[in-house]
Each structure stands twice: as structure tokens, then as C-alpha cells.
Design a protein around this ligand. Structure first.
Ligand SMILES: [Zn+2]
Length: 172
């Protein structure tokens, strides 16, 4: 990602419009995997020289200041621990991205929207796989413990109890 030569920026500090670029810093953010591929976002970020208040790094809309992760990546990580459905999250991100003032961001949002179903399905199957693997490891641990149990029924009850208990706290 880049910006056009001679672009003017609004000062991120005091809001003065039409400020010139002082210099640029190339930064990279860890983004969501694109299916099985690790994805990184690299951009030349301008430092704005404001006539009023000095030089400031322009804040990018896809990450918080000083963070090496994009917001979407963080949101996904957080959603794994929260009850927020990935669809809601994705919709919110799409709204936010299409309303950002960066044309590259808007374009990226449209591209993702175009592959919406595949992307969402990928998230969901990954989350579900994680849950499944989690349940499976609990069952394995339970089986090991169940050597002392008298019947298969007891083991199955234990599995329901343990795996069922886990389900309650999981994102759905
Ligand atoms: Zn300023």
C-alpha cells in the first residue's frame, strides 16, 4: 500500500488540513491469514509535518498506534475468546473499512466482501476445528482417567459431562 506523491494530509494531532509529508516510514503488520497463507500488510506510512504543531506519524486506520497487528487480526483473536459471532464481527469491520478514507482499504473491503462466504466459512471451520480438537483432547484425558471406571456408560457420561461443560463457555 502506498499514497500518491504530493498528497496532503490532515494533521493527526491538531486537525490542521493540507499539511505536507515530512518523510515516510515503511511498516509491516501481521494480518489475518488468507486461507492457509500468513498475510502481512506493508505500507509506506507518512510522517506529517504540521505547520502548527510539528511532525507526527500518520495513524493508519487498520491498526492501533504502535501495534504490529491489524485490527481485524486482533478482532479475530478476541472473538475466539468472546461470544461475538464472526459474521457480526465481519460485518462491522466491513462497514468500518468502507467508511475509511483510504481507497486501498475500501478496495480491500470490497475484495473480501466478494469472497465473503468463503472467508466466513474458513473462519467458522477453523473455530469449529479448534473446539473439536479441544473436546477431543478432553475426551482423551477422560479416557485415561476412566481406566478405573466400571463401565463404558460411565465413560460416556463423563465425556458428556466434561465436553458438555466446555460447550457452555464457547463462542457459537
Ligand atoms: Zn498539527
Amino acid at each position: 500500500m502506498d499514497f500518491q506523491k504530493g498528497s496532503k494530509f490532515t494533521c493527526p494531532e491538531c486537525g490542521a488540513e493540507g499539511q505536507k509529508v515530512h518523510d515516510t516510514v515503511t511498516k509491516t503488520w501481521r494480518h489475518l491469514n488468507f486461507f492457509q497463507y500468513e498475510a502481512y500488510l506493508t505500507a509506506r506510512v507518512p510522517r506529517v509535518r504540521c505547520d502548527v504543531c510539528g511532525v507526527h506519524l500518520f495513524p493508519v486506520p487498520w491498526a492501533r498506534e504502535g501495534s504490529g497487528f491489524t485490527l481485524l487480526f486482533k478482532a479475530l483473536v478476541l472473538s475466539l475468546a468472546s461470544a461475538m459471532p464472526i459474521k457480526t464481527l465481519a460485518k462491522e469491520w466491513y462497514f468500518w473499512a468502507t467508511h475509511s478514507r483510504l481507497s486501498a482499504m475500501v478496495e480491500a473491503a470490497h475484495t473480501i466482501k466478494h469472497h465473503w462466504d468463503g472467508v466466513l466459512q474458513w473462519f467458522e471451520s477453523h473455530i469449529n476445528n479448534g473446539i473439536l480438537e479441544g473436546i477431543n483432547s478432553l475426551i482423551q484425558a477422560c479416557k485415561a482417567r476412566a481406566r478405573g471406571y466400571r463401565s463404558k456408560e460411565n465413560l460416556i457420561s463423563m465425556i458428556y459431562l466434561i465436553a458438555g461443560k466446555l460447550q457452555i463457555a464457547l463462542p457459537t
